[in-house]
Write a protein that binds this ligand. Structure first.
Ligand code: GCU
Length: 128
């Protein structure tokens, strides 16, 4: 099946930035989504053939509350308001995984903030 690591600087982030001011991110930076409902980060994942994969998101949430996001693949929402719980501080990263169905060719994977607080900070996604 498809595999790969997709870093913050490879994401489309129309309402947010790629920042470096918290330790522990794995690449050039991490995605800091705008603190507003609807801000999102989107990666394009290429698969040679249609397949089921595990999608793992590495994130940090230094706030005291969950930072829920919708997760969609190719425009279809596969998780609604999934909770990303606090990770103690913005330098502490956690991973969350879910199964995804990919088609052959380019797939879009999007994480969308569902509350006015915005999503957590996003370091990378791993597909395996
Ligand atoms: C802080 C933190 C940011 C984070 C933001 C948030 O400002 O430094 O990295 O994105 O909180 O609440 O989302």
């Amino acid at each position: 099946g498809p595999s790969g690591v997709f870093r913050a600087d490879e994401a489309l982030v129309p309402r947010g930035t790629v920042d470096t001011d918290h330790a522990g991110h794995s690449g050039a930076g991490f995605v800091n989504l705008e603190n507003t409902q609807g801000s999102y980060a989107e990666w394009t994942v290429r698969a040679a053939a249609a397949s089921t994969a595990s999608l793992e998101l590495r994130y940090a949430n230094g706030s005291a509350a969950d930072r829920p996001m919708d997760i969609s693949v190719n425009g279809t929402r596969i998780a609604a308001g999934r909770a990303f719980p606090p990770t103690a501080n913005w330098d502490t990263w956690a991973t969350a995984a879910l199964p995804v169905s990919l088609k052959a060719g380019a797939n879009t994977v999007r994480f969308t903030s569902t509350t006015a607080d915005g999503g957590p900070n996003l370091d990378r996604i791993t597909v395996r």
